[in-house]
Design a protein. Structure first.
Length: 371
């Protein structure tokens, strides 16, 4: 059995829950780091992580790591790695990446040197002088952080947040991977009723429903590594069958969303249908001021407008005040709201029971949890 080293980039703040998820998938030697999780496993684990991970941004093969302060060190370090084990004579291998807080800070120069080093390694091992690069795609990615170089090959293709159900969305939608992290932190999949009074195109509620029903987020999409000889079709087929068999079709779950935009609610309904959870979601035309929790207990999961792209700051702050007014205390309900607003608790009108730092892209937010 061939073992591989993998890397799973993720949103800052979600490294711990991603690590736990990968352990449940059978990954070994799981090492959470800032903004990513490294782990080991066979080809089946790599396919499983692509298909089932709710929190990873993508899955990459980890080819090697080393320290480099000069372009010569970068070239020699890349050339020493066993690229020929993965990349064939006719395959494509473009290079992209980034560098931060490092002596080697010019990304175009690093791209060029890494490409030359890979070509030199493959030229000697494959004994060819020219690469037409017309075959299978192996996207090489590099990161250089504080002079530590990491070389990877992307397995996923499109980012794993692209589940396939959200063909269109409303303005400034929350990323699916961040929504899934909020679902995990709040244990929304276990709640009898989940509501979002600012639901937009429905991402939070759809991710909660998919988690409750154990629907693999990547079950309806393809991945770059599906064309790789090291990860044959039989592995992907078996993992898809196992993921489908693991679904909880009879698991009771209800999600209710409200919004004042009829057009965006139509998108939400279409997205839920594409995700296979239409029967468990209900989207209603409703003003936030009219929201009232229904039933003895449940969870409100909310991503109100921030004032970054959709509203001005004063309007966004007014929505937070409104949330505080329509979310009553002592009624058996819990509330979870994500926001970058530093004065959120003051505007909301009461302190949170817990807070969890998460990043929405590069925007630092807090997930506020209230009883």
């Amino acid at each position: 059995m061939t073992m591989f080293q993998y890397c799973a980039p993720c949103l800052f703040g979600s490294e711990g829950i991603l690590g736990d998820e990968l352990r449940r998938m059978g990954a070994q030697n799981v090492r959470p780091q800032n903004g990513r999780v490294l782990f080991d496993g066979d080809a089946a684990v790599g396919a499983r992580a692509n298909l089932r991970s709710r929190y990873a941004e993508r899955i990459q093969l980890l080819i090697g790591q080393f320290r480099a302060l000069t372009f010569d060190e970068l070239f020699e370090g890349v050339k020493a790695l066993p690229w020929e084990r993965i990349i064939g004579k006719e395959d494509r291998f473009p290079v992209k990446g980034w560098a931060l807080q490092s002596a080697l800070h010019s990304v175009p120069d690093c791209q060029s040197i890494i490409k030359k080093a890979v070509v030199e390694r493959l030229r000697r091992t494959h004994r060819v002088s020219w690469f037409e690069e017309t075959g299978t795609l192996y996207q090489i990615q590099f990161t250089i952080l504080k002079n530590e170089v990491t070389l990877l090959i992307d397995m996923s293709g499109a980012g794993l947040h692209k589940r396939g159900y959200r063909r269109l969305s409303g303005g400034a939608p929350i990323k699916e991977t961040l929504a899934a992290a909020m679902v995990d932190i709040t244990r929304a999949r276990l709640s009898p009723l989940v509501c979002d009074p600012c639901c937009g195109s429905g991402t939070l509620l759809i991710e909660a429903a998919m988690a409750a029903k154990r629907i693999a987020p990547g079950i309806n999409r393809s991945f770059a590594a599906m064309s790789w000889p090291l990860f044959p079709y039989e592995i992907w087929s078996a993992e898809r069958e196992a993921a489908t068999a693991d679904e909880r079709k009879e698991q009771p779950f209800t999600a209710v969303g409200g919004d004042i935009d009829a057009a965006v609610l139509r998108l939400a309904k279409d997205n839920a249908a594409q995700a296979g959870v239409a029967a468990h979601t209900d989207f209603r035309l409703q003003d936030l001021r009219d929201f009232r929790p229904q039933g003895e207990r449940g969870l409100v999961l909310c991503n109100p407008p921030y004032g970054e792209r959709l509203l001005n700051i004063k309007d966004a702050q007014q929505i937070i005040r409104q949330l505080g007014r329509v979310f009553p205390t002592g009624c058996g309900w819990q509330y979870a709201v994500i926001s970058p607003e530093e004065q959120f608790e003051e505007l909301f009108g009461r302190p949170a029971k817990k807070r969890r730092k998460l990043y929405n892209g590069m925007l630092k937010c807090q997930l506020y949890l209230f009883d």
